[in-house]
Write a protein that binds this ligand. Sequence first.
Ligand code: TPP
Ligand code: MG
Length: 541
Amino acid sequence: MAQLPSGHLAMRALKQGGVDHLFTLSGAHIFPLYDGCRYEDVRLVDVRHEQTAAFGAEGLAKLTRQPQVAAVTAGPGVTNAMSAIAAAQVGRSPLLIIGGRAPLGTWGQGSLQEIDHVPFVAPLTKFAATAETPESVAATAQDALRIAGTPQRGPTFVDVPMDVIFSPAGEETVPGWRTSEPFAVDLDEVESAAGHLRDADRPVIIGGTDVWFGGAWEALGHLAERLHAPVLLNGMGRGCLPPDHELAFQFARGAALKGADLVLAVGTPLDFRLAHGRFGEANVIHLADHPEGLAQHVELAAGVGGDLVAALTALAGAVDGDGAQRRAWVDQLRDAERAKHEDEAHLLEAEAAPIHPVRVYGELRRVLDADAVVICDGGDFVSFAGRYISSRQPGRWLDPGPYGCLGTGMGYAIAARLAHPGAQVCVLLGDGAAGFSLMDVDSLVRHNLPVVMVCGNNGIWGLEKFPMQQIYDGWDIAADLQPGLRYEEVVKALGGAGETVEKAADIGPALDRAFASGVPYLVNVLTDPTIPYPRGSSSAA
Ligand SMILES: Cc1ncc(C[n+]2csc(CCOP(=O)(O)OP(=O)(O)O)c2C)c(N)n1
Ligand SMILES: [Mg+2]
């Protein structure tokens, strides 16, 4: 059998597992992976910061529902990727990070960037290992990819010593891909959940990220219709029911969770976004794609841990009737939804100067297509987006997830344009958030990946400044940025385009120019720095 560098064979093994992209920032420790991309038809996406490489892969995983890969150089390459690994752990994204590693032959003798990554990466991953022989590299990479994509999904890590990754191995060391089976559902658990659902008069269904990952949105809609139960969506679950569906709710979220006698949470952890699963007197049923995903901190009326399509389909089969007993409940929430929407609709058209942040969304609602990908990176500015922008299709909304890490913007933008070459990609950036990744506009330009960036520029770390003032009686510190900064000049300098907008009436024409431009384009909207996002008790940061 022919011999090739083990790093090359790793790329062949990953390609067999469905990997078409490798995100990276150059490092000699991992050159054979790049050489492998050349021969195995994997597109190399090289960026300006490992943060962007790792979030790029994580974002692409979220958009494609497939595990994705970033390769980073030894030492600082790995440490720079740590936030994305942690985000993937907390948000359950299937992400494989391959690290370079100082040579085995001189280990302990102080090579450049010599540090043992595995002990500090292990607590953040499902699997972390060093491939210590050329023969083990392809199989270890493939195992790590499979583990990342198997529920409970999450990040995995493999590093390869430099002398090992350059060493040849036989082609027979590439094992051949096998997919993992979903976790089977226990029908007794389903029956117990169905019993509670049959009895509920005021149920609420919440669908989260794993509804999307598990391909379960039709099954979710079918169960909701069988029950005639209102549906709320979060994370990548947004868009799993079209916003104009009679059972889809957004503004009445508070009223729904307050009035419910049963909450069925599907494919989402019962975390701070859902008041840690405490909904007054309501019974809670939790559906997760693996038993380990079931909440331990809440007393569940029932829990089903296994394949979500199977669980939802079995539940829909087990609940009878036409949902007539729930019509009054749904109608009541529809009234609440309408009233709240009418209360706030004027903000979408606000003419005020300085610009009200919600006006930006009034304009975006006009120009965004049904299949647009919307990306959120920021504080208050993007919280408003969560309220006023609805996804009309599943898998088109990327927020940082429960880890809440600023700086995902450009990585996610690259991912979105790669995943959806023909769709609008709109990156919403707080001015603070923009600072974490704007240099990677260079990567967008070099790889010819046009996106529209809309910066809500209030000159402050708003989501920190306002809470600080509340805690300290109006005092705040370390929460100001330079007001009125021209972030579009950074984009222009890097080969993109953009403009600053100071009047509400100018936002719409600027967005039209941005979407027509065909280049990375930043619309820098100077917004009113005195307007906080009105937060409830379980807000997302
Ligand atoms: C990496 C990271 N650092 C700090 C924070 C804390 N944080 C959350 S929101 C926020 C302010 C964001 O400001 P900006 O992007 O300008 O949005 P605004 O709230 O002003 O609309 C900060 C600093 C974080 N979430 N992630
Ligand atoms: Mg700000």
